[in-house]
Design a protein around this ligand. Structure first.
Ligand code: FES
Length: 59
């Protein structure tokens, strides 16, 4: 996974930032959103972020 890949272009949130939020204890989209503000502008990234969180939390 490319950690620097921007998953939310509105807020420049990268995959690495989502991973960090999960590593810091966030388990749901709402918790990751609280930590990163991801998906709070246009919402287009929400599905991708949810998939990524599912991937990260299933390990
Ligand atoms: S791309 Fe994430 S809120 Fe727009």
């Amino acid at each position: 996974m490319n950690q620097d890949e921007v998953i939310c272009s509105c807020l420049n949130v990268t995959r690495g930032m989502i991973k960090e939020a999960v590593n810091n204890g966030a388990k749901t989209f709402a918790e990751v959103q609280e930590a990163t503000e991801v998906g709070t502008v246009c919402g287009a990234c929400v599905e991708d972020v949810e998939k990524l969180i599912a991937e990260l939390t299933s390990k």
